[in-house]
Design a protein. Structure first.
Length: 154
């Protein structure tokens, strides 16, 4: 670790992405047939967790954030087997949105698709940022000051 703190714009970008995913997650599933809407809702739930993890810890690697978001999603789904989320959901709309109510094994597929999609998008965005030299880890030639790319023999 270099001790550098993440740039605030990085956190703001992840929070903006989280807000967009949240809105899409609240509206999108209702526009689709029930099975497709449930799958999309599950995928967006895990995508939201991925973006929130990155906002909280911008130095996380994409696969780490994806795996953590997937594990948390599966844990919430397993928690539904206890009946506690259903009881909480009866008292609070926020609890219903965050925890759901009853276990449905098909939700696990949506969570998995969401984790894979969020991780792939994160990897693609990071790659593009590095190619453009705008990422913190990108632009090796610019960092060295030589004006050449790594591996050039000139």
């Amino acid at each position: 670790m270099t001790g550098r703190r993440p740039e605030p714009a990085g956190r703001a970008g992840w929070l903006l992405a989280a807000a967009a995913v949240l809105v899409l997650g609240l509206v999108g599933p209702g526009l689709l047939p029930p099975a497709a809407g449930a799958l999309l809702g599950g995928a967006l739930y895990t995508t939201l967790l991925h973006t929130l993890l990155m906002a909280a810890a911008p130095r996380l690697r994409p696969w780490t954030a994806g795996a953590a978001a997937l594990a948390a999603s599966w844990a919430v789904e397993a928690f539904q087997l206890t009946g506690v989320p259903e009881t909480l959901a009866a008292r609070s709309r926020l609890a219903r949105l965050a925890l759901g109510t009853t276990f449905d094994a098909s939700d696990l597929l949506g969570y998995t698709l969401g984790a894979l999609t969020a991780t792939a998008a994160h990897l693609a965005a990071r790659h593009l940022a590095r190619r453009a030299g705008s990422g913190r880890g990108g632009g090796l030639a610019r960092q060295s000051g030589s004006g050449r790319r790594a591996g050039d023999r000139r």
